[in-house]
Design a protein around this ligand. Sequence first.
Ligand code: PAF
Length: 293
Amino acid sequence: MQQFSEIEPLRAELKTLAGVKVAFVPTMGSLHAGHLALVRRARELADFVVVSIYVNPTQFGKGEDFSTYPKSLVQDILKLEEAGADLLFTPSDEVIYPGRGESSDGGSCRVELPAVSEVLCGESRPGHFSGVATVVAKLFNIVMPDISLFGEKDFQQLHIIRRMVADLNFPIEIVGVSTVRDSDGLALSSRNEYLTLEQRSVAPELYRVLCWVVGEVKQAERAVAEIEQDGVDMLQRVGFEVDYLSLRFVNSLASVVHLNSAAQYGKEELVLLVAAKLGSTRLLDNIHFDTIS
Ligand code: PAF
């Protein structure tokens, strides 16, 4: 696996690949089986696989875990070689945001997707999705891949990136890859390593409750808000602080208010999303499924 941390040598190398289908997997490192599933899928879909590892400061808010975000570059490199990545890009802050913080003109260009960035995770993490969209746009312009792969665990992020690619005419196909779970159902996340042993034993309840709520929704016998509230109560009882648990339309992320009206949409898909904290660790999960039968 080749490694680059500067833009120009990376571009020069990628230029030699004319006619080769390039897949790109952006990550923040601390790689787990979920990331490796993205790399393996990329390997199946393209001829050349580029991975980036960059902990992007602009997507972390004040008081969030930017400075303590887990890092394991040596192990990450071994895992990527094993999974079949061809090239690793590990830029510094200076490469991605040259002169950041020094400009007196109000700062540099940012990608904003209003509305869709302000709901769900965006409500409690203002600026987060602008930071994600900005760095992904920069990385796309640096790597210029044919396809790029993202995990479905970060469902709102995937939605926002698809939207950005459509709105800004990036000639890149976005591929979502299914969430990888531990044997007890917990969705894999680099942040799972923050959990204490006791919290780790409670964490799988998140997926169990999601499955229960989806079962209730499919029966379509009760109001959506009532079912969502039952899910929140179940999570709170086992020690979660729930940020949201919300049923949405996949295509718009708009709230589903009435199950009957959801059914009227015919083939529209729904997604049940949750964000909840155990101690100071914020966990995300979701289940997407076809409309109520
Ligand atoms: O999902 C992540 O790891 C990050 O949000 C991403 C897409 C690499 C952007 O920093």
